[in-house]
Design a protein around this ligand. Structure first.
Ligand SMILES: [Zn+2]
Length: 175
């Protein structure tokens, strides 16, 4: 069923209040970032992986109603950045970017490709983490433990696939 696909629930959402006070060049940066995250999350290989977790964990797909890729970052009161949030009752998942200033600093000491890889990995890990909150609610310990496990499996397969780029395409996680 097309409408039960998680990828159809992903949308980029902009906070209007933050938009008003955002400089044009910053806005361009954050819009580009959000669209890269949205594309990464929609990738068929990642969607297949999420489906595999959903099946294994017996998560009700219909319980996820909305996946919002937020354009602007969000921080806790103590200033710590938030990667994602989940309202498990409403089935709403929010994913937030890193600050532009943080990435500018990171780009001084790292190659652009590595920084992009980091951003995509961060978004995918946050997606897995918040998806697990749908089932495990506020059990942060369990969610963290499983996020580590599942993201580890996904990364391993990604690396394996890129090393054997000439090998015929095989379904991810045909274990
Ligand atoms: Zn959490």
């Amino acid at each position: 069923m097309e409408n039960s696909k998680l990828s159809n629930k992903i949308r980029v959402v902009i906070n209007r209040k933050k938009l008003e006070c955002c400089e044009q060049k910053h806005l361009q940066f954050y819009r580009g970032y959000a669209s890269a995250v949205s594309q990464t999350l929609r990738k068929p290989s990642f969607q297949r992986f999420l489906d595999w977790i959903i099946k294994l964990e017996r998560i009700e797909k219909a319980d996820v109603t909305d996946i919002q890729v937020r354009v602007f970052p969000f921080e806790k009161e103590n200033g710590n950045p938030v990667a994602g949030r989940c309202n498990s009752n409403a089935g709403v998942i929010l994913l937030f970017p890193k600050r532009r200033s943080f990435l500018k600093k990171k780009l001084q000491n790292n190659q652009k490709e590595n920084v992009h890889y980091y951003l995509k990995s961060r978004a995918m890990a946050a997606m897995i983490h918040e998806l697990l909150h749908i089932k495990y609610k506020s059990n942060e310990g369990k969610v963290r433990q499983l996020t580590k496990k599942y993201f580890g499996i996904f990364s391993w397969h990604q690396n394996f696939d890129s090393k054997s780029a000439n090998a015929p395409q095989r379904p991810l996680l045909a274990l």
